[in-house]
Design a protein around this ligand. Structure first.
Ligand code: FES
Length: 356
């Protein structure tokens, strides 16, 4: 067994033979470590801050100024987010919000990054070291040496001694995530209560049932027994938030033989001559319930196969949904068009919201 001077480890016989093989196989291309003279360390060059205390002081001032600049950037980003709110349909407001928020976050990151680099380059101990390779073993001596290194690093970096720099850095690191936290506010609807928003849809008394996506009103006479229509409320296509509204208000309209429907007393009058309207939003996790089995009168959600029985007020007969599809009460207006009597009587969609 031989000792490798470069790595400081022992090499086995097989390793030696591998070297020999390599030496023979690719002469002229392989560099053998023992053939290269160790160039040694370049001569040490002192920095200005090592020899001039005033330069060191100036450097320290620059470092904590940069960390304070980072804090100012974070605070600026939070203030900009509040001062330039994103208004619906106003691209200028969006541009200003993004611009000033970006400037604040950039300043914040720039201050921390440049301050840390400047601290390391100008003030921390400047000494070249050689880290010899060795087996990774957690012996007592290694642990003791690690502790020694940490102490030494603390001494040489001045982390414990230069309290102004250290504290300003801690302040900058604490302030930096604040804009990120504030940004979460932007994910929710502005000035509105999410549960309240999810509890209501566009449907109201007299709103015509129209075809999705054309928006053409539907007459009761158009709906033959066995047919099914995808329905949206009248006026939805003209709204700027039509996707959000559609996600709550989409409805499936079907006509069955009136004698086949089992209607509970409190829902008498919610349908018209066998025509019934139910929310299309699955009560499991909100996929569109898009499949209607004409023979069985079952509605099927393709996401996780929840199945709803139209004959029995869309109660769940299979799958993970826990709640029947909400029914939209409908009637016919004087022109023969199908209209809503009101909004749904319960929130549509997934059942995990607190319900009043
Ligand atoms: S979303 Fe409909 S079954 Fe899961």
């Amino acid at each position: 067994m031989a000792h490798d001077e470069v790595s400081g480890t022992d090499t086995s016989a097989s390793d030696s033979s591998a070297v020999e093989t390599t030496r023979g196989a690719s002469t002229g291309t392989v560099v053998i470590a023992s053939d290269v003279a160790n160039p040694g360390e370049p001569p040490h060059r002192q920095r200005v801050t090592d020899t001039d205390p005033r330069a060191a002081k100036r450097a320290a001032r620059s470092v904590y100024t940069l960390f304070y600049l980072s804090i100012a950037g974070s605070v600026f980003a939070v203030a900009a987010y509040m001062a330039f709110p994103i208004e619906d349909g106003d691209p200028t407001a969006l541009r200003l919000n993004n611009l000033f928020l970006g400037i604040g976050i950039a300043l914040s990151l720039f201050g921390i990054g440049l301050g840390a680099v400047h601290w390391g380059k100008a003030l921390m101990h400047d000494k070249e070291g050689i880290d010899e390779r060795h087996p990774v073993r957690g012996t007592d001596a290694t642990v003791a040496r690690a502790v020694e290194i940490f102490d030494e690093a603390d001494r040489e970096s001045g982390f414990g001694r230069r309290t102004l720099i250290r504290n300003s850095l801690i302040g900058a690191l604490v302030a930096f995530p604040l804009p990120g936290l504030v940004l979460f506010r932007g994910f929710g609807p502005q000035d509105q209560n999410p549960p309240e928003l999810l509890s209501h849809t566009m449907w109201k008394k007299g709103a015509r049932l129209t075809l999705d996506p054309s928006g053409i009103p539907v007459k009761a006479s158009d709906v033959t027994i066995g047919s099914v229509f995808h329905i949206i409320p009248e006026g939805l296509n003209e709204r700027h938030d039509k996707l959000e509204q559609k996600a709550k208000a989409a409805v499936l309209l079907m006509r069955l033989n009136p004698d086949d429907l089992n209607i509970s007393p409190e829902r008498e009058g919610w349908s018209y001559d066998g025509i019934v309207a139910y929310s299309k939003i699955c009560t499991h996790v909100g996929c569109p319930v898009a499949l209607y089995e004409h023979q069985t009168h079952h509605l099927l959600c393709p996401c996780h196969q929840s199945t709803f029985d139209v004959v029995n007020e869309c109660e769940v007969i299979f799958g993970p949904a826990k709640r029947a599809l909400p029914q939209l009460p409908i009637e016919v207006d004087s022109d023969g068009y199908l209209v809503a009597q009101s909004d749904f009587h319960e929130p549509v969609g997934p059942s995990f919201w607190e319900r009043s």
